[in-house]
Design a protein around this ligand. Structure first.
Ligand code: HEM
Ligand SMILES: *[C@@H]1O[C@H](CO)[C@@H](O)[C@H](O)[C@H]1NC(C)=O
Ligand SMILES: *[C@@H]1O[C@H](CO)[C@@H](O)[C@H](O)[C@H]1NC(C)=O
Ligand SMILES: *[C@@H]1O[C@H](CO)[C@@H](O)[C@H](O)[C@H]1NC(C)=O
Ligand SMILES: *[C@@H]1O[C@H](CO)[C@@H](O)[C@H](O)[C@H]1NC(C)=O
Ligand SMILES: *[C@@H]1O[C@H](CO)[C@@H](O)[C@H](O)[C@H]1NC(C)=O
Length: 356
C-alpha cells in the first residue's frame, strides 16, 4: 500500500532540520488580561527548556506523539477554554470530556506525556505552572520539533475546576463529516476568521485518523470529490465501514509539519469532508491555494491562529488553580496533598521532594 510505504520512508527521517522561527509573528495582537509572554520568568524561568528537552527525547522515539499533543491542546481550548479540563479524569460529576466520542481518539500517551512534563516542571520549580500552560507549550514544541514554525506562547493560564459535559464536548468540537459552511459558522462563534479556520485545519499536516472518522466518504457510495486512487488506498486500509485501523492524515508528508496538507486538498486527497470541503467552499478555496503555494504565509497565519486559540476562555489570576496532578483537581486530591493547608492557590511547594 502506497501510503504505508511512504510512511515508513518518512519515519526513517527524523526532523530537526529546517526549523524556522516566525519572528514576525503578530505580537502586537492584544493578549488576554492575566496572561503574559514572561509570566513564569521569575518563578520558573526554566519551564520552556524543561518541556523542550523532554519532548525532544519523546519525539526521537516516536514523532507520532507530536500530533497527539497538538490535538490535545485543540480539544482543551475548544471545549470550555484552555483550562486543562480535558485532562481531568471523570469523577462523581459524571462522565468527563475524555469519554465523549471525539475525545476517545485522543492518544492515551499524550495524557501521560503531559503528566510527566508537569512532574519535571514542578520538581524544578514547585507548583507554579498550570497543566493548561504545559499543554500549550507542548503543542507549540510539537509543531516546531516536527518541522513547523516556532512561536512564543502567552502564559499564565490556571487549571479549571470542572470538566466539560459530554454534550458540551460534542457541541464544541465539529465533526469531520461537517462541510466548510458548518465549520466556518461553528468557529466564527469562537471569534475565528476563515483564515484562522483554514490555518488551524493545517494541524492535520501531521498525525493519524481512525477509519471511523472518514468511512462515510467511502461507503456505501464513494464521495465524488475524492481522488480515485486515494480512495482505493483508503479502502485497502478500511475494507468495511466498521474496520478499526488508522491511516495518516497528510499522505504527502505525514510526519512533517509543512504546507503539504493544502497540496493534498488541491489533489483531492484530503481525508475528512471538513478538510476537503475547504477547497470547495468559495470563501476558503483561495486561502487553501495561497497556503499551498506559500509555506511561509501558512506558518505566519497558523502561528497567529494558534496564539488566538491558546487564549480562548482562559482562567487567570484568582480563577482556577494550579493542579498538583493534571488528571485530578486539587479538591479531590486531599490525600495526596494532606500536608498542605486549605488555600490551595496561595502557597507554593517549598521542597522539591514534596512532589514526587
Ligand atoms: C476544524 C475542525 C476539526 C475537525 C473536524 C477535526 C477532526 C479530527 C479528527 C476526526 C481526527 C482523527 C481522530 C481519529 O479518528 O483518530 C483528528 C486528528 C487530529 N487533529 Fe483535528 N480536527 C479539527 C481541527 C483541528 C485543529 C484546530 C488542530 C490543531 C491545530 C487539529 C489537530 C489534529 C491532529 C494533530 C490530529 C492527529 C492526532 C493524532 O495523530 O493522534 N485538528 N482531527
Ligand atoms: C473532551 O475533552 C475536552 C477537552 O478538554 C474536555 O473539555 C471535555 O470535557 C471532554 N468531554 C468529555 C465528554 O469527556
Ligand atoms: C445532551 O444532549 C442530548 C441530545 O441532544 C439530550 O437528550 C440530553 O438531555 C443532553 N443532556 C444534558 C445533560 O444536557
Ligand atoms: C452544510 O451542512 C449543513 C448541515 O448539514 C447543511 O444544512 C448545508 O446545506 C450544507 N451546506 C452546503 C453548502 O453543502
Ligand atoms: C455500516 O454500513 C451498514 C450498511 O450500509 C450500516 O447499516 C451501518 O450502520 C454502518 N455502520 C457504521 C458504523 O457506519
Ligand atoms: C481499536 O483497536 C485498538 C488497538 O488494537 C483498541 O485499543 C481499541 O479499543 C479499538 N477500538 C475499537 C473502537 O474497537
Amino acid at each position: 500500500m502506497a501510503s504505508s510505504t511512504l510512511f515508513l520512508f518518512f519515519s526513517s527521517l527524523f526532523i530537526f532540520t529546517s526549523l524556522l522561527y516566525v519572528s514576525e509573528a503578530d505580537y502586537s495582537a492584544p493578549i488576554v488580561k492575566g496572561l503574559s509572554w514572561d509570566y513564569h520568568h521569575k518563578t520558573c524561568h526554566k519551564v520552556e527548556k524543561i518541556v523542550r528537552k523532554h519532548l525532544k527525547k519523546v519525539f526521537k522515539d516516536d514523532i507520532g506523539q507530536a500530533a497527539g499533543l497538538l490535538r490535545l491542546h485543540f480539544h482543551d481550548c475548544f471545549v470550555q477554554g484552555c483550562d486543562g479540563s480535558v485532562l481531568l479524569d471523570g469523577s462523581h460529576g459524571g462522565p468527563s470530556e475524555q469519554t465523549a466520542p471525539p475525545n476517545q481518539s485522543l492518544r492515551k500517551q499524550a495524557f501521560d506525556i503531559i503528566e510527566d512534563l508537569r512532574n519535571l516542571v514542578h520538581r524544578e520549580c514547585g507548583r507554579v505552572v498550570s497543566c493548561a500552560d504545559i499543554v500549550a507549550l507542548a503543542a507549540r514544541d510539537a509543531v516546531h520539533l516536527s518541522g513547523g514554525p516556532h512561536y512564543d506562547v502567552p502564559l499564565g493560564r490556571k487549571d479549571g475546576l470542572t470538566f466539560a459535559t459530554q454534550n458540551a464536548t460534542l457541541d464544541n468540537l465539529p465533526a469531520p463529516t461537517s462541510n466548510a459552511s458548518t465549520i466556518l459558522s461553528a468557529l466564527a462563534t469562537k471569534n475565528l476568521t476563515p483564515t484562522d479556520v483554514v490555518a488551524l485545519s493545517g494541524g492535520h499536516t501531521i498525525g493519524v485518523s481512525h477509519c471511523s472518522s472518514f468511512t462515510t466518504r467511502l461507503y456505501p457510495t464513494q464521495d465524488p470529490t475524492m481522488d480515485k486512487t486515494f480512495a482505493h488506498g483508503l479502502k485497502e486500509v478500511c475494507p468495511t465501514n466498521t474496520t478499526n485501523a488508522t491511516t495518516v492524515m497528510d499522505i504527502y508528508s505525514p510526519i512533517k509539519f509543512d504546507n503539504k496538507y493544502y497540496v493534498d486538498l488541491i489533489n483531492r486527497q484530503g481525508l475528512f469532508t471538513s478538510d476537503q470541503d475547504l477547497y470547495t467552499h468559495e470563501e476558503t478555496k483561495p486561502i487553501v491555494e495561497s497556503f499551498a503555494h506559500d509555506e511561509k504565509l501558512f506558518f505566519e497565519k497558523f502561528v497567529k491562529a494558534m496564539i488566538k486559540m491558546g487564549q480562548m476562555e482562559v482562567l487567570t489570576g484568582e480563577k482556577g488553580e494550579i493542579r498538583a496532578h493534571c488528571s485530578i483537581r486539587n479538591n479531590d486530591n486531599k490525600g495526596y496533598f494532606s500536608f498542605l493547608a486549605e488555600e490551595e492557590d496561595q502557597y507554593y511547594v517549598e521542597s522539591k521532594d514534596e512532589l514526587r
